[in-house]
Design a protein. Sequence first.
Length: 101
Amino acid sequence: MIRATYELKDDRYVYIKVRGHAEFGEYGRDLICASVSSIMFGFMNALDELDEDIEIKQLKNEIVISSRSDLEKVQDYFRLVVMQLKTIEESYGDFIKVERK
């Protein structure tokens, strides 16, 4: 299962962590994993374009993105990513969980 956790502090996104494998399909052909990966890599690429206080850790089976930025664009990106992940969860809740910490 993919687990996505995020934290809001004073209505500002502090981090998002996505880890695990959906196990929806065979490895390399898992549509849920591919969807989540696409969302997260797009997010990381968008953040790379900004000169902000953002830390990105890409580990085996885990991505952690932390931010101390108050830039509204960064916060909008976080909101969009959480919304996209929750949309996947609505249809495939047995394979992905999105939780606020």
